[in-house]
Structure formats: C-alpha cells, structure tokens
Design a protein around this ligand. Structure first.
Ligand SMILES: Cc1cc2nc3c(=O)[nH]c(=O)nc-3n(C[C@H](O)[C@H](O)[C@H](O)COP(=O)(O)OP(=O)(O)OC[C@H]3O[C@@H](n4cnc5c(N)ncnc54)[C@H](O)[C@@H]3O)c2cc1C
Length: 319
C-alpha cells in the first residue's frame, strides 16, 4: 500500500500509523482505548515529535523538557523541528527529557500532547520537496499536559523509536521506488516517441543503457525493501537489512529519477513533465528515520559488532 500511494500521502499516513504504533507500545489499556480508535479510523491526525533545532540523529539528547506541575499535570517546554503532519495534527507524541536514569544521565520519556486541551504553536517550514505535505515546527511554552498522557515507563523513548524505525526505513525506500517507477514509465514512453537523427532515441545503445539502469534500480530496490519487511515480519533481527534497504533504495532511486530526466533532455527539467517534482520529492527521503551516514554505521555495527558513532556501548538513538 505504501508503495502504491502517492509519496506525499504515504509519508503523512506513515507519520500517523507509526504514532499509533508507538502509543500502542507499552501504554495502559485506558490510554489505548482513549487514543487508538480515533487514530486508526483517521478521525484525529497525529505525529511524533523527536527532532529539535539542535538535536537530530542523536535523539537521546532531546532538550524539550518535561517538569512536574502539581499532582495532575506536567509542564512541557521546548521546540520540535521537521515534524511530519505537525501543522495539521490533533495530537503529538512528544519525546522529552524527564528526570535521570540509574547512572545519573538525563532520561527521555514519551507524552501525548492534545492540541485542544494543551494548546501549542505550529507552523509549516518551506522546503525543497513533498510540498503538498505538512512538515513543520512546534513550540511548547510551559504547555500544561495531564499526567495521564505520559506513556510507558520513564526512559523507554529510545527503545520504542528504535523498534518502529525498523519498518519505517524500508517503507520510505518503497516511497522512493514509487517515484523511480514513475520516472521509468515516463522515460520509456518518451524514448519511444522522441526522434533524433531520424530514429527513436530508444534505438540508441546509450539511451538503452540509461533505461536498463533505471529499471535495475527499481527492481533491486523493491526486492530489497520487501526482503527487509518480510524479515521484520518473521521476527528476525533486521536492523542490518532495514538500514541497507533504505540507504540503497534512496541512492538507487535518486539516481534513477535523475537518469530519467536525462533521457528527456531539456524536457526533463521542465515543470510540465513532472520529473523535476519527483527529483525534489525523492531528495527529501534520505533524511528522516536515519540519514545515510547513520544507516551506514548501523550496517557497519551489525557486521562487525563495533559501534562507530557512539563512544560508549549500547544502541544508537537512530538504531
Ligand atoms: C521529510 C522529513 C520528515 C521528517 N519527519 C520527522 C518526524 O515526523 N518527526 C521527527 O521527530 N523528525 C522528523 N524529521 C527529522 C529527521 O528525523 C532528522 O532531520 C534526522 O534525524 C537528521 O537530523 P538532522 O537533520 O538534525 O541532521 P544531523 O543529525 O545534524 O546530521 C547532519 C549531518 O551529519 C551527519 N551525522 C550526524 N551524526 C553522525 C555520525 N555519528 N557519524 C557520521 N555522520 C553523522 C548526518 O548523517 C548528516 O549528514 C523529518 C525530516 C524530513 C526531511
């Protein structure tokens, strides 16, 4: 389904679906009853806010702070950036710093902020691609949130994010496959129609090479993403495959879209063809749920058993 949906819709659905999954993890039956039916039916829109202006890949260091405020409430202060669905959502699953763990390090927790009872500011951020989407910024200024909205146990935020990033990665890969497949369809059509030197450009060997490369990217990316997802479904440790699927697909599909533009000559860069939009949209996807560099290091860690990005042992924020 995620491969077939227009990517901007798929990303919004993914933001909603993964937030529901995160709420479903380690929450009380009362919280599940209160939040999940409306999220699953789409009556309420949701998102997850982890990233901040100064905190990206190293998400365990979030600065948005949760503080006690009487017996029934917390106060939430901080800013979240680059949040999918931020400006249109009814509730946000916020990752915030709260208290300390056993070794004295700041601990992170998860809390649901409902816009109608805990108002906050949200605005959209103008970006390169996926412009029909709602990528935004959220500001919490001493926002009062009921204690009953805190999810799970204090300190479990990184574990829940890690678990849900696993499937998100190949799903984002499949959004890229959708775009590369559309680019391939357009390139095949154009190469058959366009004539130069008295022949269809599809008859030139170098054009055929570009078409073959695009088709190879689509098929290999699709298979790798399905393979990672079926490995997750089978309950295998899939950190390596999941990281590999997203990193590979995004690189292969970005190149495929670019090659399809090349097949079109100057028409490739025209707004009329729609390829320039695919080119901008696909460029958005290497960033969320693990950048290329973080995914490379996850693959490295899974292969060698050695953690390259964090001085101490333990899973990364982005793992
Ligand atoms: C389309 C889109 C949707 C998003 N949706 C959400 C959302 O719903 N919720 C949310 O919380 N966030 C969301 N984000 C934010 C996204 O998760 C972050 O942008 C991402 O985690 C990277 O953080 P950063 O941009 O701050 O980059 P940084 O972490 O600052 O990284 C900058 C550069 O340094 C590299 N780098 C960082 N650490 C290392 C290291 N240890 N080794 C090598 N290289 C390193 C990175 O790979 C990158 O190249 C979204 C982003 C986009 C583009």
């Amino acid at each position: 389904m995620m491969e077939q949906l227009p990517p901007v819709v798929a990303i919004a659905v993914l933001g909603q679906e993964v937030t529901a999954t995160r709420i479903g993890f380690d929450s009380t039956p009362e919280q599940r009853e209160r939040f999940l039916p409306d999220l699953i039916s789409g009556k309420r829109i949701s998102c997850t806010g982890t990233t901040e202006p100064d905190v990206g890949s190293d998400s365990r260091r979030v600065r948005t702070r949760l503080e006690d405020d009487g017996p029934d409430h917390f106060r939430l202060s901080g800013r979240k950036m680059w949040i999918t669905n931020a400006s249109i959502c009814d509730l946000i699953n916020v990752t915030a710093s709260y208290g300390h763990d056993a070794s004295g390090r700041p601990s992170t927790t998860r809390i649901i902020v409902e816009r109608d009872q805990s108002p906050y500011e949200a605005r959209e951020i103008p970006v390169l691609g996926l412009r029909q989407g709602h990528l935004g910024e959220v500001l919490f200024e001493s926002c009062r949130v009921p204690r009953q909205n805190q999810l799970g146990t204090a300190g479990d935020a990184a574990r829940v994010l890690n678990l849900t990033w696993l499937a998100n990665r190949p799903i984002l890969g499949l959004c890229a496959v959708h775009m590369a497949q559309r680019a391939l369809d357009a390139a095949l059509q154009y190469a058959g129609d366009r004539r130069q030197f008295g022949r269809p450009i599809a008859s030139f060997q170098l054009v055929q090479e570009m078409l073959a490369d695009i088709a190879t990217a689509v098929t290999t990316s699709r298979l790798l993403c399905y393979h990672a997802l079926s490995s997750i479904d089978a309950g295998d440790r899939a950190n390596h495959l999941s990281a590999m699927a997203k990193r590979y697909s995004l690189a292969a599909c970005m190149r495929a879209v670019s090659l399809a533009m090349e097949v079109h000559g100057a028409m490739g860069i025209s707004c009329e063809m729609g390829l320039e939009q695919l080119f901008r949209d696909v460029r958005m996807l290497p960033i969320p749920d693990g950048t290329n560099q973080i995914l490379t290091l996850i693959e490295g860690r899974e292969l060698t058993g050695i953690q390259a990005y964090r001085p101490s042992s333990g899973a990364t924020s982005a793992a």
